[in-house]
Write a protein that binds this ligand. Structure first.
Ligand code: 3H9
Length: 719
C-alpha cells in the first residue's frame, strides 16, 4: 500500500500504492505512518520523498469511506507527524494532488510538481471542506484571498499557477520523482524549522473583516442553499483570526457538521453517479465495456444557428477538423464571425492560440463527403431533418456516423431516411453547446453499439457529462420537464402567482424558477410550435374546451400571453415586466395579476391559497414520477443517469443530488402518498398518478437508491 525503498544512498522513497488514484483509505494512512517511522528511524536515511504510483500523487481521502466507521490513523495526525519530521520530506507531485492529497503535500516541507500536474482542494464540490489542515495551511502559505478562491471553488490549479501562487516550490517537465530525489539530496541534513507551514503567521490584510464579509455575501449568493462553501469561508476565517491549533479545532468542528449532512451525502452520491452514468449499457447488453468507439478526426456540422455554432466550437476545441455547413449565405457569414469570436475568446481564457485553421465553412452539403461523423443541427423540424438525413446518407462516405442534435424528435424516423440506420444516433446538446456540461446520447432501436460508443467518447473528449438514453419523445430531460412545467401553469390557474412558484423553487435551489425561465427562453417558442400543430385556437380563451388538449388537462395561459405579444424578456413583458425589451431584471407586473384573475373568472375557477410546500410537491413529484416511468420503460438505465441529466442540464441543485436521489431522501412512501393525494384532487392530470415502478419499490420496502438498477433489472426480466 505504501512502499518504502532507499534511493541514492540516503533518500527514503515512499510510494503510495492504492489504485486507481491512491486515495487515502484507512489502510493506506496506517501504512504511511508505518513506513514513515521506518524512514525516520533508519540512520542511513537523511531525507524522504513521497510520491504516488502510476503517475498519480493522490486523489485525496477515499470518498467511499465517508459516512462509514473510520479505520486506521486519521489524516490530521499523519500530516502532523510528516511536518514534525526533522528529516526533510519532499512531495513529488505527478498527475493530481487533490483534497487530502494536497493537504498531505502541504504537510511536507517541499513540493515539486510535474508541469502537467493539477492541484486543488475540491472538497466543497463534495459538500465538505478541506479538513486535514487545508483551510489552515493554504492561507498561511499563499494568503487569504488566493486560498479562499481555491477552497470555495474547489477548482483544479495548474502546476504553473501553483508555482506562481507559492504552494509549489519547483515545476519540472522531466521525471518528477528524480527531480524530487535530487532536491531531497540537496536539503538533506538541513533544519526544517522554517519550512513547517503550521508555524507560519497567517498573512492578514488590514481590512480582514470587510474581506470576509464580502466573501461570505458572494458565497451565499452563488451557493443557492449549499452549506459547504459557507463553512469553507468560516474555516479560512479561523486561520486568519485564531492560532493554528484553535484554527484546526474549528476546522474539525465545521467538518463534523458537514460530513454528516444530507448535502454531503447527496454530493458524494453524485460523485459516484457521474461515474456510473459513464458505464452505460444498451438493451441487449452492449455497453461501455464491450463496444469500442471508432477513432474520429474530421467532423461536419450542418446548420449554423445557435446550437450548430456552439457544437462547431466544441468540436474544434476538442482537436477535430471541422467542416461547418450552412446553406444560407448571410447566415453562414454571421456564423463564421460568431464562431471565430467564440474560439478567440476561449483561446484567450485557456492561454492557447485559437485554432481558427481547423474549421472550414461551406454552403454546400457535399463538403461533408469525406468526414468521419456529421452532427446535424438544423431547425427542430422533422421534415427538414428527414430531408437532410436523406441527402447526407447519399453524400457521406460509407461508415460515416450520422448524429442529430435534437431535443426530442424520434431518432428512428430519421434513421429510416438513411441506408445505414445503425449509424444514426441522437446527440442532444444544451445551449450554449460549447459551455453546457450535459450531453444526452440517444440510441434508437437500430443504432449500433459502436455509433453510441463513439458519440459517448466524443462527448467525454468535449468535457461533457454524457448520458446514454433511449429514444422517446423528449428523451429523459425534456420528457420529465413537461410535467414540471404543466404543474407550474396549473398552480397559477388554481390561485398561485409566478412570484410564489418561482420563489419556492428558487429557495429549493434552482437558479431560476420556471416563470423567470420561460421569460428568458421566450414564451413564444412552444406557442409557435403548437400553432403549427393546430393546437392553439385563436380567441378560445375560456370555456371547458380551452383547458383540454388531446383529452388531457391543458393550460392555455402561455398561449394567451403570446396572443398579447408578451413573449418574455425579448418583448419587455411576459410573466414579469422588464424595464425594456431585452431587459434582465424581472419585476412583478400588476397587469399579469389582473389577467390571472380575469382568466380564472372567465373559466369559472375559484382561486385558493397555494403554499410553497404544495408548489414543491406538485412540480417536483410530478417530474420525479415521470422519472420512475422512464426507469420502468428502460429509457434510462438507472436513477444516477437521470440525476446527472438534471444537475448538469436543468439546474437541479447539486447539493440535493438530483430528482431521484431527492425522492429517495424524502422517502418513496411519502412521495407515493403525496402523488396519490394530488391525483385524487386532479383526476384530469394522469401524470400525477403514481407510476407502477414507484408502487413496486415502496411495496418492496423502498430499497436504497444504489440497488435500484438491480431491482429494475429483475423487474424487467420478469416481464
Ligand atoms: C478529501 O480529501 C477530504 C480531506 O479534506 C480529508 C478530510 C479529513 N476516493 O474520476 P475517474 C475513483 S475528500 C475514492 O473516473 P479521472 C472513481 O470513483 C476527496 N474513489 O478518473 C473511479 O472509480 P471507478 C477530495 C475515487 O482520471 C476511479 O477512481 N478529492 C477517488 O477522470 C477513477 O476516477 C477529490 O474530490 C477518491 N478520492 O479523474 C478528488 N477519486 O473506476 C476526486 C477517484 O470505479 N477525484 N476515485 O468508477 C477526482 O476528481 C477524479 O477522480 C480524478 C481522476 C481527477 C482524481
Amino acid at each position: 500500500m505504501a512502499q518504502f525503498t532507499r534511493v541514492s544512498g540516503i533518500v527514503g522513497l515512499i510510494t503510495l500504492q492504492n489504485p486507481p488514484v491512491n486515495a487515502l483509505s484507512g489502510a493506506l494512512r496506517q501504512n504511511i505512518i508505518d513506513v514513515m517511522e521506518r524512514a525516520l528511524s533508519d540512520p542511513k536515511v537523511k531525507s524522504v520523498v513521497i510520491c504516488g504510483q502510476n503517475g498519480i500523487f493522490c486523489g485525496g481521502a477515499d470518498i467511499s469511506e465517508f459516512g462509514k466507521k473510520m479505520g486506521g490513523t486519521p489524516l490530521v495526525p499523519l500530516i502532523h507527524s510528516l511536518e514534525a519530521s526533522n528529516k526533510p520530506v519532499v512531495a513529488a507531485i505527478e498527475g493530481v494532488a487533490l483534497g487530502g492529497g494536497l493537504e498531505l503535500a502541504l504537510g511536507c516541507h517541499y513540493r515539486i510538481a510535474h508541469s502537467k500536474a493539477r492541484l486543488g482542494l475540491p472538497e466543497v464540490t463534495l459538500g465538505m471542506m478541506p479538513a486535514a489542515g487545508g483551510t489552515q495551511r493554504l492561507p498561511r502559505l499563499i494568503g487569504i484571498p488566493a486560498a479562499l478562491n481555491i477552497i470555495t471553488t474547489g477548482r483544479h490549479v495548474t502546476a504553473a499557477e501553483a508555482l506562481q501562487l507559492g504552494f509549489v516550490d519547483q515545476v519540472t517537465d522531466h521525471n518528477t520523482v528524480d527531480a524530487a530525489v535530487k532536491f531531497a539530496l540537496s536539503v538533506a541534513g538541513q533544519s526544517m524549522d522554517a519550512r513547517r507551514i503550521s508555524n507560519f503567521p497567517c498573512p492578514c490584510p488590514s481590512d480582514v473583516d470587510a474581506l470576509f464579509e464580502e466573501m461570505m455575501q458572494k458565497v451565499r449568493q452563488s451557493a443557492r442553499g449549499a452549506i459547504a462553501p459557507i463553512a469553507c469561508v468560516q474555516g479560512v476565517r479561523a486561520a486568519a483570526t485564531l492560532p493554528y491549533s484553535q484554527g484546526m479545532q474549528r476546522e474539525a468542528e465545521l467538518m463534523a457538521t458537514l460530513v454528516t449532512s444530507g448535502q454531503a451525502y447527496a454530493q458524494r452520491y453524485f460523485f459516484f453517479a457521474q461515474r456510473a452514468a459513464g458505464r452505460w449499457r444498451m438493451p441487449g447488453g452492449a455497453g461501455w465495456d464491450t463496444s469500442k468507439p471508432r477513432a474520429v478526426h474530421k467532423a461536419a456540422v450542418i446548420g449554423l444557428g445557435t446550437m450548430g455554432r456552439g457544437i462547431a466550437v466544441a468540436l474544434v476545441q476538442t482537436g477535430l477538423s471541422v467542416v461547418a455547413v450552412e446553406t444560407q449565405e448571410k447566415q453562414l457569414m454571421e456564423a463564421k464571425q460568431a464562431v471565430s469570436g467564440m474560439l478567440e475568446r476561449g483561446a484567450k481564457r485557456s492561454g492557447a492560440a485559437p485554432a481558427l485553421d481547423r474549421i472550414r465553412y461551406s454552403q454546400n452539403l457535399q463538403a461533408a463527403g469525406d468526414v468521419d461523423l456529421v452532427i446535424e443541427a438544423v431547425f427542430e423540424d422533422m421534415n427538414l431533418k428527414k430531408k437532410v438525413f436523406k441527402q447526407l446518407s447519399a453524400i457521406c462516405k460509407p461508415g460515416t456516423f450520422l448524429y442529430t442534435n435534437t431535443s426530442g424528435l424520434d431518432i428512428d424516423q430519421l434513421a429510416s431516411e438513411t441506408s445505414n440506420p445503425e449509424l444514426v444516433v441522437g446527440m442532444h446538446f444544451f445551449a450554449p453547446a460549447h459551455v453546457m456540461k450535459l450531453l444526452e446520447v440517444v440510441y434508437g432501436p437500430r443504432s449500433s453499439p459502436q455509433a453510441v460508443a463513439t458519440a459517448m467518447q466524443l462527448g467525454k473528449k468535449m468535457g461533457k457529462a454524457s448520458v446514454a438514453v433511449g429514444n422517446c419523445r423528449g428523451f429523459v430531460g425534456n420528457r420529465m420537464l413537461k410535467h414540471y412545467k404543466d404543474q407550474s401553469y396549473f398552480l397559477l390557474e388554481e390561485g398561485a402567482t409566478p412570484e410564489l412558484v418561482d420563489g419556492a423553487l428558487e429557495e429549493f435551489g434552482f437558479p431560476m424558477g420556471p416563470f423567470r425561465m420561460y421569460d428568458l427562453s421566450g414564451i413564444d417558442v412552444g406557442w409557435r410550435f403548437r400553432k403549427e400543430e393546430g393546437l392553439v385556437v385563436p380567441g378560445l380563451a375560456s370555456g371547458p374546451s380551452a383547458r383540454v388538449r388531446r383529452g388531457l388537462r391543458y393550460s392555455p395561459l402561455g398561449d394567451l400571453l403570446c396572443d398579447q405579444g408578451r413573449f418574455g424578456q425579448k418583448t419587455g413583458r411576459g410573466w414579469y415586466q422588464y424595464d425594456k425589451p431585452g431587459g434582465r431584471v424581472a419585476r412583478s407586473d400588476p397587469w399579469l395579476h389582473s389577467f390571472l384573475e380575469e382568466y380564472r373568472a372567465k373559466n369559472g375557477l375559484v382561486a385558493r391559497r397555494v403554499d410553497r410546500q404544495e408548489v414543491l410537491e406538485r412540480c417536483l413529484y410530478a417530474l420525479i414520477n415521470e422519472g420512475f416511468r422512464i426507469l420502468e420503460d428502460g429509457i434510462a438505465a438507472g436513477p444516477e443517469d437521470i440525476d446527472v441529466i438534471y444537475v448538469f442540464g436543468y439546474g437541479w441543485p447539486k447539493h440535493r443530488g438530483g430528482p431521484m436521489f431527492y425522492a429517495n431522501m424524502v422517502g418513496l412512501a411519502k412521495v407515493l402518498e403525496r402523488l396519490e393525494h394530488y391525483h385524487q384532487a386532479h383526476r384530469d392530470v394522469p401524470s400525477l398518478q403514481p407510476c407502477s415502478l414507484l408502487r413496486r419499490l415502496v411495496a418492496s420496502g423502498s430499497p436504497p437508491i444504489n440497488t435500484w438498477r438491480e431491482v429494475i433489472k429483475k423487474l424487467h426480466s420478469h416481464l
